[in-house]
Design a protein around this ligand. Sequence first.
Ligand SMILES: [Zn+2]
Length: 274
Amino acid sequence: MRLLQCILTQNDCYKAGRTIKPKGVMVHSTGANNPNLKRYVQPVSTTPARADLLAQLGTNANGNHWNRGNLDVCVHGFIGKLADGSVAAVQTLPWNQRGWHAGNGTSGRSANNTHISFEICEDGLTDPAYFKQAYQAAVELTAMLCKEYGLDPLADGVVICHQEGYRRGVASNHGDVLHWFPRHGKSMDDFRSDVAAALAPEPAPAPVPKPDKNEEDNDMTCYKTLADVPEYYRAAVRKAVDRGALLGTGSGELNLSEDFCRTMTVLDRLGKLD
Ligand SMILES: [Zn+2]
């Protein structure tokens, strides 16, 4: 998922500056046939990387984007098409800012106080290729947010769409996304399990087999007794035995490696065994 950032600083919701402790993610879709991100998302003169963002998003010539005042809606992100036709996500509010996306539910409570929200830009709802890409980006964005805020996407009420929010009494009566996803064979339960799957840790790589210890031992030269030790090491090893520093295994066996014998020889040359 490509994720850009273009915070809607001119939207009154951003200016209100209230924050929430995110308890879930609410999925919306725009309800209008316009899959282009530039319809909703535009940088202003103070937006970081404005020129680059404009080049990627394309320019909204109608001035009806959401980075302006006097709107009563704002979400944390959008998923839709960039100017080149590829599908991307854009963050449009700090994730922990209180958004204006759910309205009031019948319970009197609002998911605005608990849920991060994003809009998927709708097209004509019949293109399976666009749906597949937008759905996948929505899965990945939701998984990213669940990870960031420690949310379980399968837990009750955590990952819900606007319509589910309405049924739970925490959002206004909108149909999104259940007028769209099922046309392409996806339910919100599918969405939640796809998010959970995206969050599942990668299978651990197969462990690199450690060399078998016995094999290693067998490969190593082993001198069982002093007599087996090559002459050029023997004098030094004998000194270590004579001084009681090397006792062996108790039955006259020393079981010495060549490295050990070499070490003794070096010590001997340094006068340490005399
Ligand atoms: Zn909605």
